[in-house]
Design a protein around this ligand. Structure first.
Ligand code: PEP
Ligand code: MG
Length: 569
């Protein structure tokens, strides 16, 4: 039995697929036998063809047949004589090893493409990069796992899963995820909750303790993982799985209920989403809106920036299907642990403190403006709320707002329609923003507190690092005081305030947030019904009193215990 951090609830049982990923190191070597070296290359090309045809077929047969096009494009690159023939000639002329030859030809093409503006050419460059890396891995005999076209149901075990892994994986075949690293708010954990797939993260060395096809059981709620379980254990977990599923069914009576305390305070429960597809789960769980649409997923799993038109389609789709309910769409939050393969950002010592989110957007106004244009155009289809991430001072907010005004003037001149009723808000996820929330409140319609980052920045504790995850705690009095300050400052300025960090769906924290006066709680769809059930059972006045009483309690553990004792009385 292993124990990790619970990332997404539910019990999963099944066979394992271990995801292998390795860095490829390419060194130049002089060789003697030119023919043997050329054969290494041609064998690797053949192997790549077989692999690509195979994943293409699987993609065609799956629910995500649109992915087949990507593999078709890769097959075309493989057929391109300019790439393979040129590498063969290089082996001959320079008597060098196959992997170095193809690597040099690849770099030559990428350098040519790098200066081109044309979208088609940029896409070709990304295809070349993918195909060459496949060939190099095959030359070197390095295995990697392709998650995009799974042909049977599996539990994925990986060192870590990047957001683009989770975006490309064949979701309907994934029974659960287990990872060596990561905490509750790492993006793979958030993604698992959004997809309602059970997951445990921070298992340290599970990838080295387990092999493909081992049978495994795990409980996403407790973080317990059993490798090759006994038949008694299997029976026990089957029962747990069916109890869990029954409990979920029982919560069904809260789907259409108003979210109101026993003494009549009404709050809103909204959902966090990553793609328009997630709206199905949002509606199924009875959310009153979308409190966070993380648009960065629209920019991932592809080789070029999404165009204004593509973004307009995605945003309109979400607005239409949620209308008249509100939808908070957050502008691009790239940087930190979320990278784009086609957007070069210089190496940074501390990416979470670097050119991330609004900082990147204000630095790359071309990218930002395209997104804001798409958002404003989509605004006519529903109840739009635009939100800027990672604001840390008033100037950033004013600059971002001025770009919206610039676009509106252009739209007015060109007769492009947009709604006049949208709201503009910011995430409060940097302690500096919380401290000056009184100043920021004057310039926004709302705040949404991003506790995932607010905790990491307030307590100087990396949200991804399981070694210090004991310090990452939303009940930390320092965090609670900042949250209270933000809510008080928003209300003093007559603005509403929500929370879209994972803490908003934590049923043991909800009494405190409610007592502080939080107006909107936005969470993974999976957390909505348990949260509504909790709020409907609480008395607002009692929770306000609770806030007075926890003020002097010194540790997160004692605050949590005191809160649980109070509400269970
Ligand atoms: C947060 O920081 O709380 C948040 C919601 O944003 P993300 O998790 O995408 O950084
Ligand atoms: Mg954040």
């Amino acid at each position: 039995m292993l124990k990790g951090t619970s990332a997404s609830p539910g019990v999963a049982m099944g066979n394992v697929l271990v995801v292998k990923k390795q860095q490829i190191e390419i060194a130049k070597k002089l060789i003697q036998d030119i023919e043997a070296e050329k054969k290494r290359l041609s064998d690797a090309v053949e192997k790549s063809k077989i692999q690509l045809n195979d994943v293409k077929e699987k993609a065609l047969g799956s629910m995500e047949s649109d992915k087949a096009q990507i593999f078709e494009a890769h097959l075309m690159v493989l057929e391109d004589p300019e790439l393979i023939d040129a590498s063969m000639k290089k082996i001959e002329a320079e008597k060098i090893n196959a992997e170095y030859a193809i690597d040099s030809i690849e770099n030559m093409y990428l350098a040519i493409f790098a200066d081109m503006e044309d979208e088609y050419m940029k896409e070709r460059a990304a295809d070349i990069k993918d195909v060459c890396s496949r060939i190099k891995m095959n030359i070197l005999g390095i295995e990697s796992t392709d998650l995009s076209a799974l042909d049977k149901e599996v539990i994925i075990v990986a060192h870590d899963l990047t957001p683009s892994d989770t975006a490309t994986m064949g979701r309907e075949k994934v029974l659960g995820f287990l990872t060596d690293v990561g905490g509750r708010t790492s993006h793979s954990a958030i993604m698992a909750r959004t997809l309602q797939i059970p997951a445990v993260v921070g298992l340290k060395d599970i990838t080295s303790r387990i092999n493909d096809n081992d049978y495994i059981i795990f409980n996403g709620e407790t973080g317990e993982v059993i490798i090759n379980p006994s038949s008694e254990e299997i029976e026990k977990y089957k029962k747990l799985k069916s109890d869990y599923e029954q409990n979920i069914k029982a919560l069904g009576s809260f789907i259409d209920r108003e979210t109101m305390t026993t003494d009549g305070r009404k709050v809103e429960i909204a959902a966090n989403i990553g793609t328009p597809k997630d709206v199905t789960a949002v509606l199924k769980n009875g959310a009153e809106g979308v409190g966070l649409y993380r648009t960065e997923f629209l920019y991932m799993d592809r080789s070029t920036m999404p165009t204004e038109e593509e973004q307009f389609e995605a945003y309109s789709e979400v607005l239409k299907s949620m209308s008249p309910r509100p939808v908070i769409i957050r502008t691009l939050d790239i940087g930190g642990d979320k990278k784009l393969p086609y957007l070069e950002i210089d190496e940074e010592m501390n990416p979470f403190l670097g050119l991330r989110a609004i900082r990147l957007c204000l630095d790359r106004k071309d990218i930002f403006k395209t997104q804001l244009r798409a958002l404003l155009r989509a605004s006519v289809y529903g109840n739009l709320r635009i939100m800027f991430p990672m604001i840390s001072n008033v100037s950033e907010l004013l600059e971002a707002k001025s770009i919206i005004e610039e676009i509106k003037a252009e739209f007015d001149a060109d007769d492009i329609p947009y709604s006049k009723d949208y709201q503009v808000g910011i995430m409060i996820e940097v302690p500096a923003a919380a401290m000056i929330s009184d100043l920021l409140a004057k310039h926004v319609d709302f705040f949404s507190i991003g506790t995932n980052d607010l905790i990491q920045y307030t307590c100087a504790v990396d949200r991804m690092n399981e070694k210090i995850s004991y310090l990452y705690n939303p009940f930390n009095p320092a965090v609670l005081r900042l949250i209270k300050l933000v809510i008080d400052n928003a209300h003093k300025a007559g603005k509403w305030v929500g929370m879209c960090g994972e803490a908003a769906g934590d049923v043991s924290l909800i009494p405190i947030l409610l007592g502080m006066g939080l107006d909107e709680f936005s969470m993974s769809p999976i957390s909505i019904l348990p949260a509504r059930k909790t709020i409907c059972s609480l008395n607002y006045d009692d929770m306000k009193n609770l806030i007075e009483r926890i003020n002097d309690i010194e540790t997160p553990e004692e605050i949590k215990a005191y809160t649980e004792k109070t509400i269970n009385k």
